[in-house]
Design a protein around this ligand. Structure first.
Ligand SMILES: [Zn+2]
Length: 261
């Protein structure tokens, strides 16, 4: 049985905002949430990155303008993906594969580090990002989409889960609804347990427990179906679901620092 060999949850920039963004029915509590990138090492095929956070390390306002202050973006220069990879003994060109959970700006800011990589993206995601519904247009960054054009994308049809290496160690799950092409990543760990990095299919565990989505979802009904699927996966005895913007998950799973496995 092949498993991944190592997993890092890289030091992540944060934003601070009202929690009404997380789920219908929430609001009134200020939260500071991480904008993660995960580095995964396969024993034979090397490095894969899942999501790339925001851009503008050291000066987020240079990329996002006034929004950097509105959302209290905190992104120290040393958290830049290229600098973190170097500190781990790698370079950005060692990362041969990029999986993007979806194209909202808090996941695409580092795509420019990986020109020439093979990318994995959900069906319809790129088209939606370029011509989004009006109420979510602010969530997409045209310069990031230009950087994305340098990546060789493979598109996952809705309803098809892709076993990246054909050995069960890394499987991309299609879970549409937050956006048309929303994806999660299922990893088999060295102890034979399963870890699911849920991207933005959920924003905290309450989304999963209640099967309730959020304002920014492109398709509320589809989002609820995907949350039902995630809730079933979470109920498996050998499976952990890491909700990537969930603050408690972030603190618990990174209790020993950025190298998780
Ligand atoms: Zn997000």
């Amino acid at each position: 049985m092949t498993t991944i060999s190592r997993l890092w949850a890289l030091d992540a920039p944060t934003v601070t905002m009202d929690d009404s963004i997380m789920m219908f029915g929430k609001g009134g509590t200020e939260i500071t949430m991480p904008l993660p990138s995960f580095l995964i090492e396969h024993p034979v095929h090397g490095l894969l990155i899942f999501d790339t956070g925001i851009g503008g390390a050291g000066d987020p306002a240079s990329v996002y303008g006034p929004a950097a202050q509105v959302y209290k973006m905190n992104f120290p220069a040393e958290y830049a993906l290229d600098r973190q990879l170097e500190s781990l003994g790698f370079t950005t060109s060692d990362v041969k594969r990029v999986v993007i959970s979806h194209l909202h700006f808090d996941h695409t800011g580092g795509l420019h580090h990986f020109p020439g990589a093979t990318g994995y993206i959900g069906s319809g995601e790129m088209r939606y990002a370029k011509t989004p519904d009006h109420h979510v247009a602010v969530h997409f960054m045209p310069p990031d989409l230009e950087a994305a054009a340098q990546i060789d994308w493979l598109e996952l049809p809705v309803g098809y889960d892709h076993d990246v290496f054909g050995d069960g160690s890394v499987v991309i799950l299609t879970l549409p609804g937050h956006t048309p092409g929303s994806l999660a990543l299922q990893l088999r760990l060295p102890d034979a347990s399963t870890l699911i990095l849920s991207g933005d299919v959920a924003h905290d565990h309450d989304n999963v427990s209640c099967c309730a989505g959020m304002q920014a979802d492109s398709d509320t009904a589809a989002a609820v179906e995907s949350l039902k699927r995630l809730k079933l996966l979470r109920s498996r005895p050998d499976t952990t679901v890491w909700v990537n913007h969930d603050i408690a998950d972030w603190e618990r799973m990174r209790a020993n620092g950025r190298q998780v496995i």
